[in-house]
Each structure stands twice: as structure tokens, then as C-alpha cells.
Design a binder for this molecule. Structure first.
Ligand code: ADP
Length: 657
């Protein structure tokens, strides 16, 4: 080490001025003050209140910047150093001790001492913290929380905290101001002991007994130094470390875990407030999730109900107007379609009415549907399956249809209502006073199963038209194309033929509708889309209100913790550390709301299950969406409060009442 290094003062203040302007009032707190402090010195700054002692200390400790003049620290000019660089210097080279201790509330002595390490980016070192506590005589109070310690003990914890990053200098602002005589003695002895081990110490005090314990007393008055008296020669130590630490980049894992811990602690210590705050997010996310899971479930069950057989189908129905079908179909039209639509492999005309069906003394509002029947061979080939549904018993034949037989196939929904758990097969039912024999019991149609199954009876077409309904008009036609790919083309052919048959002019709208499975799905999607728009609208409002709630509570949280923010900055936190800490808190709040919202949404979907019979599906995508969305809201609405916290001036924050 060169002699110039040895001679170089650790702190070199040259003609530094600082003026405060409050309204029209101007206070010159420092007027061209110059001061040099060498490594190893034990200095006290004394003077009447308002003489500028604290201002000078804050400038020396990089908590504040001078208006003019120069400050060399360890030989380096500091005027042009950025915020991150100054934070690094505070973190690694300066240890602060405050009059009111500024310990974190409800936090153990050990964790308080560990705090400055969080902002070094080098990770925390528990043994080091314990060693510092031992140094101030608190080895037996490591696990005590700040509210379980006396004033003197609190200040000793604060001293241990100031030592933990091996600073070059300790700066103490009235460290004994809040202590009784015995504690004052205790604390001063600890500080003097540290100085005797080579640490530079600068103390601001108005207490003569305190200044008498220091080696050099600098007296101030009205912003200038009026005397500078060396009472004892200090054992000046080796020259200062010459390099200033670089600004820290990014966030270390230990800092991230500290931030999470702080966030959870803040939320947990205000349980009620936090719960009310996340209500909006909870409801908003719940609404979205329930809708997503229900509609996803619907879609899934629709698609799983759909077989290739369904995909081949084309349904021809009358267009409805004022609650009535405009024009039903005739058997002649069916014949025309059979003759002229090559892709219509099979056409099943159907009569369809809602009628009361009875058995014994039970009556059930049901759908009565009619078919032309199947040949026995046809039924065999389908293995007793009726339009993809299992049939217990059999379906009626074409012969029975021509003979107007009084036979019926009923679905399970109707069987259950009429016969409960009794045997339905071979029983008798009555439709419009006509008795029918039940020759088959079919499974409910899967798509209908969603709503528990509509009670339905199937009877032969001619029986229906001639005996029961007294009408030949067909309610709908079910056409089967040779393959699913040809369904659309079959649909076009049907439209062309029916338009010609009915003589509909080219520019006129059809009085019938032709749908394929694909168009059904499209319709379902568009209906769901309309419902979704409403639900998303409500959810959106709820989330907006929730977000504003988050913003509001974060602003409260920032205000409540202003002093803590000041402390963290003094201990080396950058603006970005404070910003991210409050952002994390907002995000944690929102994500908690989001997770609870997923629970709510899923619960609602299960409740809906009792009505819809569609088991809700909770996809990973849905959860990811909810969490991503909550994070987004947290960041969006938490940003402004977090920014306000980050931009707080450390001195003002520390003094905040
Ligand atoms: P001391 O520590 O010697 O009591 P300070 O350094 O705190 O004195 O203050 C010096 C002068 O600057 C005082 O008159 C004080 O009122 C004024 N002052 C300090 N900080 C501010 C501030 N943030 N805004 C306005 N005036 C201030």
C-alpha cells in the first residue's frame, strides 16, 4: 500500500452546501462545510438542534446528496454515482444506527441482523449474524423478537445489524437519544469497543457525556463547523479499501425469498383486510373458471356423445315463427328427396309431438316420436342398437309400421317416470287413450342425457299419423349421408331439392332449416359465446373492482410501512428492490384470490353438475389462465403503489410518523 493511500482520508467533504426550501421558506442546513475523517477515527458531531448535524451525516452516509461541493469517499468522487451504486455503498460500506432503532416489528433479533445481507446480493449468513449479536453481548437473545427486548437491547441489535456486512464506517444518529443512563453507557461501551478494534465511527449527538467518550468532537452551529477538537489521538488504522462496490444487478434467491416472506407476513398480519381485498378477484376468477369448466364439460360431452353415425346425419326441420313451425314436410317431399338426393343414403321421416303418456295412474308429459321402423335384419346388423343407442328388447319393424301396430319403444327417462324401478318391457302404456305395448327400452340420447333425459316414446310413423296425431305432416327428417365428409354436400343437395319442390324463389329465404352435426356444434358455440360475453362482462367488472381494491390496500400498506421502506433503503435496498417487494405482495394477494377463485369456480361447476349432468373438467390450462390472470392484475394494479414506495426519499421515509 502506498503512502498516499495511507494518508488518504476515508471521508473527504469539501465545501458542501445543502438548502431546504419549504414553501417560501429557505433553510441553509449546510453552508460550504468541509470535513475530513480518517479511517479508525471516533468522531462526534455536536451542536444545538437544527445546526445541520443530521444533514451532514446523511450526506456522508449517501442517504442524501449535497446541492454543491464535493464528497470523496475512500478516495473516489461520488457526485456522479447512480442510485444503484449508492445503494451498494450503503449496503457494503456504511452501517447505520438510528435514535429509534428501526428494528423490523415482530421479527427476531437474528432476522433483524440478517436483513442487510439480503441487499448485498451475496446471500445471508446466519453464523455471521450470530457472531455480531455475540459481539454486542446478545448471544442469549437471538430468538427474541424486537418487542421482547429492552431499549438498550434493541439498540444493541441495531448495532449488530450495522456490523453484519463489515462496513468501513458506522454512522450513528443520536444512538442514545431514546435510552436511559444505564443503557446509554452500555451502548456507548459497545460502540467504543468497536472503534478500538479499528472501525471508523461518526456519532451525531447533543449529549455531552456521549461526546466526551469520543476522540474527536466536531461542533456545528447554523450549518457551519465552529470547532474541531481532537481530544485523544485515534489509533488510525490502515487506509480504506479503495474500490467502491459495483451496483447490484438482478435479484438474488435470498432476496426473493425474503420478499415472499415479507409479503406473506404482511398479508397474514392483516387477515381480515386481506380477505376483503381479494374478494373481487375471488368472485371474478370464480365466475370465469365456472363458466370455462362448465362449457368445456359441455363441449367434451357433446363431442364424446357424437359418433361417426352422428356426424353423418343431416337434420331437416321446419323454420319456426312465432312459436310455431312454418311448414312441416309431406311424404311426397320425402319421396322427392329419396329420388333426387344421391347422397341421402337413408331418410327417416319423423312425427313428433309433446303428449301426455300414462301407465296405471301415472301420467308423464313426454315427447312422442315416430319412425318408419327397421327390418329385423337391419336391427340384427346393428346388434339391437337403435340409432347408436342400446335397446333392451327390440325396435319395431317396417311391417309393424305399415300395419299401424300399437307398439312403442320408450327411453329410460320415460320408463323411470312411469314404472320407477319396475319392469317396463312388455308393459302397457296409453297415448291419447290408445294402448301401446312396450317392446323396447332404449338408452337416453346422450346429448339429451346432459339434462337428465327428456321422456320419450317412439311409435311407428303410420300409427302416429293415422291413429294418434291425425296428421300426415312430418315434423322433421333425419337424413344419413354415406360418410361424415359428405354430410355438408348432402345438406346442399337437400336444400336445392326442397326449394324446387316448394317453389321458393331464388331471392326468398327457405321456410325450413337443414343442419349437420357441424352446424349444431357451431350453434352451440355461438350460444355459449353469448352467455360467455355476459359472464365475462360481470367477471370483468368484479376484477376491475377487485384490482382497485388491491391498489387501495397496497397504497395503505405502503403508507403504513413508510419507515420500514426508509430503513431498507438505508440498509442498501435499491429502488427496484422496494418496487419488486411491493409488486410481489400485490401479486401474492391476487394469486391467493385467484387460487380461491379457481376453487369457487370449480365448486360452482360441480353444483351445476346436479342440473346439467356434465362433470366439469378442470384443465391445467384453466388453472394456468387463472393464475396468469391474477398475476397480471396484481402487477397491473400493484404497480403504482409499488412505484410510490420505490420513489420514497429514504430520509423522509425514516422520519415518517
Ligand atoms: P440537526 O441534526 O443538527 O438537528 P438537521 O440537519 O436535522 O439539524 O437540520 C438542519 C436544518 O435543516 C434545520 O433547520 C431543519 O429544520 C432543516 N431541515 C432538515 N431537513 C429538512 C427537510 N427535509 N425539509 C426542510 N427543512 C429541513
Amino acid at each position: 500500500m502506498s503512502t498516499s493511500d495511507a494518508a488518504r482520508p476515508l471521508i473527504d467533504i469539501r465545501q458542501v452546501s445543502k438548502t431546504y426550501i419549504t414553501g417560501t421558506f429557505k433553510v441553509e442546513a449546510l453552508k460550504e462545510v468541509s470535513l475530513q475523517v480518517r479511517a479508525g477515527e471516533f468522531v462526534s458531531l455536536v451542536g444545538p438542534s437544527g445546526s445541520g448535524k443530521s444533514t451532514l451525516l446523511h450526506i456522508m452516509g449517501f442517504l442524501d446528496r449535497p446541492d454543491s461541493g464535493e464528497y470523496f469517499f475512500a478516495g473516489h468522487p461520488t457526485a456522479k454515482l447512480g442510485e444503484g451504486r449508492l445503494a451498494a455503498i450503503r449496503s457494503r460500506m456504511v452501517g447505520f444506527i438510528f435514535q429509534s432503532f428501526h428494528l423490523l416489528k415482530r421479527t427476531t433479533a437474528r432476522d433483524n441482523v440478517l436483513l442487510p445481507m439480503v441487499y448485498t446480493g451475496l446471500g445471508t449468513d446466519s453464523p455471521k449474524a450470530l457472531e455480531c449479536l455475540r459481539l454486542v453481548g446478545l448471544a442469549d437473545r437471538v430468538k427474541h423478537k424486537s418487542n421482547e427486548l429492552s431499549g438498550g437491547q434493541c439498540q444493541r441489535v441495531a448495532i449488530a445489524r450495522s456490523l453484519v456486512n463489515d462496513p468501513l464506517v458506522i454512522m450513528a444518529d443520536e444512538p442514545t437519544g431514546n435510552l436511559d443512563a444505564a443503557s446509554r453507557q452500555e451502548v456507548m461501551e459497545v460502540i467504543r469497543d468497536l472503534n478500538s478494534k479499528g472501525l471508523t465511527v461518526i456519532i451525531v449527538t447533543h449529549d455531552n457525556e456521549v461526546s466526551e467518550m469520543t476522540d474527536r468532537v466536531v461542533r456545528m452551529k447554523d450549518g457551519v463547523i465552529v470547532s474541531d477538537e481532537v481530544r485523544r489521538p485515534s489509533a488510525t488504522s490502515a487506509a480504506a479499501r479503495s474500490e467502491l462496490p459495483p451496483a447490484r444487478l438482478g435479484f438474488s434467491p435470498s432476496e426473493f425469498s425474503e420478499q415472499l416472506k415479507v409479503a406473506f407476513k404482511a398479508i397474514w398480519s392483516h387477515k381480515m383486510r386481506s380477505a376483503l381485498t381479494v374478494l373481487g378477484i375471488f368472485i371474478g376468477v370464480g365466475a370465469i373458471i365456472s363458466l370455462m369448466t362448465i362449457s368445456e364439460g359441455f363441449m367434451k360431452s357433446l363431442l364424446s356423445a357424437a359418433s361417426e353415425e352422428d356426424a353423418k346425419k343431416v337434420w331437416v326441420t321446419p323454420r319456426w315463427q312465432h312459436g310455431k313451425p312454418r311448414r312441416r314436410f309431406t311424404l311426397n317431399e320425402v319421396e322427392a328427396l329419396r329420388a333426387r338426393v344421391p347422397l341421402a343414403e337413408k331418410i327417416t321421416p319423423s312425427l313428433n309431438r309433446n303428449l301426455e303418456i300414462s301407465a296405471g295412474d301415472k301420467r308423464v308429459e313426454s315427447t312422442v316420436n315416430s319412425r318408419e321402423g327397421y327390418d329385423p335384419a337391419e336391427q340384427k346388423a346393428k346388434r339391437d342398437y337403435f340409432e347408436n343407442r342400446k335397446v333392451e328388447g327390440r325396435f319395431f319393424t317396417r311391417g309393424e309400421n305399415l300395419n299401424r301396430a300399437r307398439v312403442a319403444v320408450i327411453n329410460k327417462a320415460l320408463a323411470k317416470k312411469l314404472f320407477d324401478s319396475g319392469e317396463a318391457l312388455n308393459a302397457e302404456i296409453r297415448i291419447k287413450g290408445i294402448t301401446f305395448a312396450v317392446i323396447g327400452v332404449a338408452d337416453n340420447h346422450k346429448a339429451e342425457d346432459i339434462f337428465g333425459g327428456q321422456p320419450t316414446a317412439y311409435i311407428p310413423l303410420t300409427t302416429a299419423s293415422k291413429r294418434v296425431f291425425g296428421s300426415q305432416r312430418l315434423d322433421y327428417l333425419e337424413v344419413t349421408a354415406p360418410s361424415p365428409d359428405e354430410a355438408q354436400e348432402a345438406r346442399r343437395q337437400i336444400i336445392t331439392v326442397l326449394r324446387e319442390e316448394r317453389g321458393i324463389r331464388e331471392d326468398a329465404e327457405e321456410d325450413f332449416e337443414v343442419k349437420t352435426f357441424e352446424t349444431q356444434i357451431e350453434m352451440f358455440k355461438s350460444t355459449m359465446g353469448k352467455i360467455s360475453a355476459v359472464v365475462y362482462g360481470i367477471a370483468g367488472i368484479s376484477l376491475l373492482v377487485g384490482g382497485i381494491g388491491i391498489m387501495n390496500i397496497m397504497l395503505v400498506s405502503v403508507t403504513e410501512r413508510t419507515r420500514e421502506i426508509g430503513l431498507r433503503k438505508a440498509l442498501g435496498a435499491r429502488n427496484s428492490d422496494i418496487l419488486s417487494q411491493f409488486l410481489i405482495e400485490a401479486v401474492v394477494l391476487c394469486v391467493i384470490g385467484g387460487i380461491l377463485g379457481v376453487g369457487l369456480g370449480f365448486g360452482l361447476a360441480w353444483a351445476a353438475y346436479f342440473f346439467t349432468k356434465v362433470p366439469p373438467t378442470l384443465g391445467v390450462g384453466t388453472i394456468a389462465f387463472a393464475l396468469g390472470f391474477s398475476t397480471f392484475i396484481g402487477v397491473g394494479f400493484g404497480f403504482w403503489p409499488a412505484l410510490r414506495a420505490a420513489m420514497l426519499d429514504p430520509i423522509e421515509a425514516l422520519r415518517y410518523e
